[in-house]
Design a protein around this ligand. Sequence first.
Ligand SMILES: NC(=O)c1ccc[n+]([C@@H]2O[C@H](COP(=O)([O-])OP(=O)(O)OC[C@H]3O[C@@H](n4cnc5c(N)ncnc54)[C@H](OP(=O)(O)O)[C@@H]3O)[C@@H](O)[C@H]2O)c1
Length: 238
Amino acid sequence: MSFEGKKVVILGGGSGMGLALAKKVISSGGKVVIGGRNAAKLGNVAVTLGDSASYKAFDLGDEAAVRSAFEAIGPFDHLVTTAAELTFAPVADLSTEQVQSMLVSKFWGPFYASKYAAPHIAKNGSITFFSGLAAYRPAPGASIVAALNAALEGFAMTLALEIKPVRVNVVSPGVVDTPTWDFLSNDDRRGLLESVADSLPVGRVGQADDLADAALSLMGNGFINGTVLHVDGGGRIA
Ligand SMILES: NC(=O)c1ccc[n+]([C@@H]2O[C@H](COP(=O)([O-])OP(=O)(O)OC[C@H]3O[C@@H](n4cnc5c(N)ncnc54)[C@H](OP(=O)(O)O)[C@@H]3O)[C@@H](O)[C@H]2O)c1
């Protein structure tokens, strides 16, 4: 699949699945703009990606910053949001501040980004959001994560009708080995990933490249619209 002449904005592209996607877009001939909050981190990543990459640092919860970022970026082809900052804890232990912070990356961010990006996206372009398996396989400690993933999928389906012919799709990852699990100790992280791998029909957890390939397919296929693509190793059916 060629992305020659295409420009892809990846919010969350400084790490994990977003970074894997940025590498694949560039190796397919495209240009990327990666977004996140940490300018120093994004700058270093952009250097490693080369001349086809640039970055914009802003917080997805800052509406004015999101609007001016898209005004500065100008016309482009595909928007992808992989950004997330999530807290896993039982409802009884979650503070309002923690929930607000989760809402920023997985709800307000996609809302602001869609609102201010849509006028700049090519008519044959697309938006791809990232939700997650928690919406389908409830797990203690993931109530808000589940709710936000489900909300994002509902939002995407309706948005696809509002901004047609721009397509809107969602990738729903299962457990994937990315820096998102860095809050765990090395032993806990290894234990979690091994136990999830054992529970899955495919016998392994996801890699960032698995999800990047899925997002590339959704962006590149002009007839996929209003779809949730489950890339979870069979996590929903296990
Ligand atoms: N990894 C998994 O096992 C898994 C499972 C199910 C679903 N998912 C979903 O898949 C997507 C990608 O996950 P990942 O593991 O690749 O993520 P990741 O490596 O943790 O990267 C998330 C990125 O989001 C950016 N970010 C967080 N909050 C932000 C904010 N308020 N404004 C702007 N940028 C923000 C961070 O950059 P800065 O620090 O620079 O802001 C970071 O680069 C996420 O939506 C996640 O919920 C992941």
